[in-house]
Design a protein. Structure first.
Length: 301
């Protein structure tokens, strides 16, 4: 007998990708021995309510924003969840090794796993939050034409953000120590290694390693920022002396003026202070087993 699987769908994720994949996904799930019960959400609030009311095994169809909307309900219930990537960027799913529908369905029968969760002043966070250039990229990416997907949307947002670039003035505290005070071009607090549909802002980061990864671009002119962006696209930016990369258990970022931040790709209200710490293994993953690295080997630099 097929196993019942509650599947909560964000039909707006990935510019409506659900409507292009629903038959393929139904066939894959049936072939894997599941009887899917699909429920389409009408808003972020409705999606969270569907997750809260779900009984039995649960899967989410969407991207980083979909998981972000469901995260409070998932943490409150402790229910394991499977993520089926159907968003614009799918950065969190990629960190789990889920790069296709077939891979996601195949993993449903794997042993239970878990992922760390960021507890931030903006609420729980699965993948990461950022300020400065990163948040501006997210803001402009949301305005990109529908035909642009994944990295193309990020590049569109990046071009617009670069044209409007101005440095921030920030204090960054890590585990109670002041690690940066002054101008900064960008700052990202990451649980996973990538954002923007595939850009590896924090390559060493892993979802189950027990650390926050912070990447900060120090004071940069517009031309210097362009060079740093080129290194980011090539994955070589952490070697640049103007980039601070550290790992910590907790972080606090303070600004002289209200700034917009992005959290799991979603824009938040402007604020002057943001904090983050870690909830180790906080999210239970259905078929999301992860190889945990040596926690003692990775520390604050």
């Amino acid at each position: 007998m097929a196993e019942l699987l509650q599947v909560v769908v964000n039909p707006r994720a990935g510019q409506g990708r659900w409507f292009r994949i629903r038959q393929e996904l139904s066939d894959l799930l049936a072939g894997a021995g599941f009887a899917p019960q699909f429920q389409l959400s009408e808003s972020a609030e409705h999606l969270a309510e569907l997750v809260r009311l779900a009984a039995g095994p649960l899967a989410l169809v969407g991207g980083d924003g979909t998981l972000h909307a469901a995260l409070p309900a998932l943490l409150a219930s402790g229910r394991p969840v499977a993520l089926i990537p159907a968003g614009t960027g799918n950065d969190y799913a990629a960190a789990l090794g889920l790069r296709s529908l077939r891979a996601a369905v195949a993993r449903l029968s794997d042993p239970l796993g878990s992922s760390d969760v960021l507890r931030t002043s903006l609420g729980p966070c699965a993948n990461g939050l950022s300020l400065g250039l990163d948040a501006e990229v997210a803001r402009f990416s949301a305005e990109a034409p529908d035909r642009l997907r994944g990295p193309a949307r990020y590049l569109y947002g990046l071009a617009r953000a670069y044209a409007n670039y101005r440095p921030l003035s920030l204090e960054v505290w890590a585990d109670g120590r002041l690690r940066h005070c002054g101008p900064a071009a960008l700052v990202a607090v990451m649980n996973g290694p990538r954002y923007g549909g595939g850009f590896r802002i924090a390559p060493p980061a892993q979802l189950s390693d027990g650390w926050l990864d912070l990447v900060l671009g120090r004071d940069l002119t517009r031309s210097e920022l362009l060079g740093l962006i080129a290194k980011l696209l090539a994955g070589r930016h952490l070697r640049d002396p103007r980039v601070l990369h550290l790992r910590a258990r907790s972080l606090e970022i303070r600004s002289r003026e209200p700034l917009v931040a992005q959290i799991d790709g979603e824009l938040a209200e402007p604020a002057r202070c943001w904090s983050a710490d870690l909830l180790p293994a906080g999210l239970a993953l259905l078929g999301g087993s992860l190889a945990a690295p040596d926690r003692q080997r990775r520390g604050l630099r």
